[in-house]
Write a protein that binds this ligand. Structure first.
Ligand SMILES: [Zn+2]
Length: 102
């Protein structure tokens, strides 16, 4: 798990997105093809299937690889972007929604 988590970080798939109008910072992880995003609550929740199935339903793991990567990373090392609420709604939210459907 740690190796996979390190790989995720080296591929810069775990990112921090600050939504300007909301004054809110979200942690997100890209899927392998960068075509979907998972929403993370550090140490608690990830919107990926693996978290839902293994951690939440079956309790065979305490976290998914995205949460593991986030807990390994130093906050300042994560790629960070700042977006407007409109950009969040149009570009980022659809990718989070796509992450929920797969
Ligand atoms: Zn996950």
């Amino acid at each position: 798990m740690e190796r996979a988590a390190q790989k995720l970080l080296s591929e810069r798939r775990v990112v921090k997105v600050h939504v300007r109008e909301l004054g809110l910072t979200l942690y997100l992880a890209y899927g392998a093809k960068f075509d979907k995003l998972y929403l993370l609550i550090p140490g608690r929740f990830c919107s990926c299937f693996s978290f839902f199935f293994s951690a939440f339903l079956r309790r065979t793991a305490s976290q998914c690889v995205h949460l593991a990567a986030l807990s390994l990373a130093k906050d300042a090392q994560l790629p960070a972007v700042e977006v407007s609420l409109e950009d969040f709604r149009n570009k980022i939210f659809p990718l989070i929604f796509r992450g929920l459907l797969s």
